[in-house]
Design a protein around this ligand. Structure first.
Ligand code: FES
Ligand code: FES
Length: 167
């Protein structure tokens, strides 16, 4: 079997927000670093780099996951969705993003990309989450400046709008 050295770079191909991209990664390049440094998707933020803060969360084949806990080579061939893919035509914010804006659910915004991706996952699986279910998902994220009440309100408002219930 051919061995790949630690620093040898190999091509990794992902479908990033619907567009196929290929870039080089070593066998130990984190997905978070691959996204930010190799393919320029800097909307994914990096905080703790050990799975605690949640700001690096992306969707991997449709499921939210920590990009700092995955290796780029592990996701070769996978679909990766990041915060850059949430907005629609011409950069129009989607319902979740608009609800964050309306409910003051972000301040510095550092934690926001990961939180948006976790709730994109939740709302795809569960269009009618309870406040407790929203809080349980939010428990996987650390926000150091906004506080969490606005985020909970934003997710519940977005869910209602997506169900067609918003005023
Ligand atoms: S940077 Fe990945 S969980 Fe904090
Ligand atoms: S908005 Fe600043 S860390 Fe969350």
């Amino acid at each position: 079997m051919q061995r790949v050295g630690q620093n040898e770079r190999v091509p990794v191909t992902i479908t990033l927000n619907g567009r196929q991209v290929t870039a080089l990664a070593t066998s130990r390049t984190l997905l978070s670093d691959f996204l930010r440094q190799a393919v320029g998707a800097t909307g994914t933020h990096v905080g703790c780099e050990h799975g605690v803060c949640g700001c690096c969360t992306v969707m991997i084949d449709g499921v939210a996951g920590r990009s700092c806990l995955a290796l780029a080579v592990q996701v070769d061939g996978c679909r990766i969705d990041t915060v850059e893919g949430l907005a629609g035509e011409g950069g129009a914010l989607n319902a979740l993003q608009r609800a964050f804006q309306a409910n003051h659910a972000l301040q510095c915004g550092f934690c926001t990309p990961g939180i948006l991706m976790s709730f994109t996952d939740l709302l795809a699986r569960n269009p009618s989450p309870t406040e407790q279910e929203v809080r349980e998902v939010l428990g996987g994220h650390i926000c150091r400046c906004t506080g969490y009440a606005g985020i909970v309100a934003a997710v519940l408002q977005a869910a209602a709008e997506m169900r067609g219930e918003a005023a």
